[in-house]
Design a protein around this ligand. Structure first.
Ligand code: F0G
Length: 464
């Protein structure tokens, strides 16, 4: 093809109206929500970039699959189609459906961890960390050193720190029942992990007799980055690359709400027979029988189709391009973002953008509120509200203060992206007048979901 424009590789069959609000209405909505974007009503949001999880548009093939859903309690046809789709990609022996990713995490950690254990990961996502800590184990982040330099571009910034991993296994291996690698590294900026890094991590784990697990939520996006950035993979298909990635691990947890292209669902897949048995026993307690695991038959069908669609080259090219397109706009205007743009989201570096706000006043949280106030855009803070509270109750500022703009899959068009960029450019002009926030009330764990806050200066944006 001689044409440069990368188009959305689909046409739109069903539309859902979105509603404009005035700034004054959004001010009222924010106050009512305790200055917490999670507590807003979605209908008061114009463009919702809170998450790429479960918010994607399904294809006509997925909807057709849903009509074929077999709702038998045990042994449903839909389960076997789901299992086949997962096996083709992962090659893992036991496929255990769960209602979403965190259920797979809870069951895995519930089957493997005891108090005092350590679970290393390139960077734990919030639910992964919480599920490890719930078992009174330690969730240890071992990101590659580049990861903490937001504006430093590097092709595989999601890599796990191999030296630190080996040192940990050498010195405290008896406390490490498993190692995890998250692809792409969500909390670290949606950054990919290279095949070389994964292979080396696998070699280290197996040298010390430790199983390696993938947190595989965005495995297809990671495959695409390997294809376009890692030597030797340019002629491989995303499926072949994904298969190689999974060949290095002993199991995975997966949220099908991301690269499963579904609105709900997930799975745990493992090779170890005894572990699979323990996990299935736990599954029956809370999720359901092992051939449905908390999902309807039609959900299993949607995931079976979605996993394949996520690996389609035209889709991945468009997906990754729409994120980098937004990133180029913002960095072109001098807005500091994590470089290079991630797979599913742009991460704005609020610590650099708003130096007037100390970390104790949550600069990324404040910026996310201002994006809503000024433009009706909902994003999410990945900073000290999310990660600042330590398991012992003390406070420690997060390494980075990021605002994540996550793009749902196949939902927004290029003009939506242009609008998002325009709002950001506008907010960037008033950045010196943005002030911080403080917590008014917060639960002890996963506080970002339900905490209530208030602006320290009485307003988020003060008069200039
Ligand atoms: N692991 C990673 C890397 C994730 O990003 C998520 C979810 C999970 C596990 C848990 O999966 O939501 O299906 O239970 N991330 C969403 C997000 C919520 O917004 O990034 P889940």
């Amino acid at each position: 093809m001689h044409f440069r424009t990368i188009i959305e590789p689909f046409r739109i069959k069903a539309v859902e109206p979105i509603r404009r609000t005035t700034r004054a209405e959004r001010e009222v909505a924010l106050r009512a929500a305790g200055y917490n974007l999670f507590l807003l009503k979605a209908e008061d949001v114009l463009i919702d970039l809170l998450t790429d999880s479960g918010t994607g548009a399904m294809s006509s093939e997925q909807w057709a699959g849903m009509m074929r859903g077999d709702e038998s309690y045990a042994g449903a046809r839909s389960f076997y189609r789901f299992e086949q789709a997962v096996s083709e990609i992962t090659g893992l022996k036991h496929v255990i459906p769960t209602h979403q990713g965190r259920a797979a995490e809870r069951i895995l950690f519930g089957s493997m961890l005891k108090p005092g254990d350590i679970v290393p990961n390139n960077t734990h996502f919030d639910t992964t960390r919480a599920n490890v800590e719930y078992r009174q184990a330690v969730a240890l982040d071992l990101p590659s050193p580049e990861c903490n330099k937001p504006e430093f571009p590097c092709p595989f910034k999601g890599n796990i720190n191999l030296e630190a991993l080996e040192q940990l296994l050498k010195e405290q291996g008896d406390k490490v029942p498993l190692v995890m690698v998250t692809v792409t590294n969500n909390s670290g900026g949606g950054q990919p992990v290279s095949m070389a890094n994964l292979r080396a991590a696998s070699d280290i784990c197996h040298k010390y007799g430790k199983p390696l697990f993938l947190d595989a939520c965005r495995f297809a996006e990671n495959s695409w980055f390997i294809k376009v950035r890692e030597e030797g993979y340019e002629h491989k298909t995303p499926l072949e690359i994904a298969q190689e990635m999974f060949s290095y691990v002993d199991g995975c947890t997966m949220s099908a709400k991301k690269d499963g292209m579904a609105n709900i669902g997930g799975f745990l897949a493992v090779n170890d027979d005894a572990l699979a048995q323990r996990a299935k026993n736990m599954l029956i307690l809370s999720e359901g029988f092992p051939t449905y695991g908390g999902l309807a038959g039609y959900d299993l069908e949607a995931i079976a189709v979605g996993l394949k669609e996520a690996l389609d080259e035209d889709y991945l090219r468009y997906r990754i391009r729409s994120v980098s397109y937004l990133g180029e706009f913002l960095s072109g205007a001098g807005i500091p973002i994590v470089q290079p743009p991630g797979g599913h989201a742009i991460y704005i570096d609020a610590k650099t953008m708003l130096p007037q706000i100390p970390q104790q006043q949550f600069p990324a949280w404040a910026l996310s509120l201002v994006l809503y106030l000024e433009g009706g855009i909902r994003s999410v803070e990945i900073g000290s509200v999310m990660f600042g509270r330590q398991p012992d109750g003390s406070e420690k500022p997060a390494a980075n203060e990021l605002v994540r703009l996550a793009l749902p899959r196949r939902v927004y068009t290029q003009s939506h992206v242009d609008y998002i960029a325009e709002v950001l450019l506008y907010v960037n002009k008033l950045k010196d007048r943005i002030r911080g926030v403080r917590l008014v009330e917060a639960p002890p764990v996963l506080r970002h979901f339900t905490a209530r806050l208030e602006p320290v200066a009485g307003a988020l944006v003060v008069e200039g």
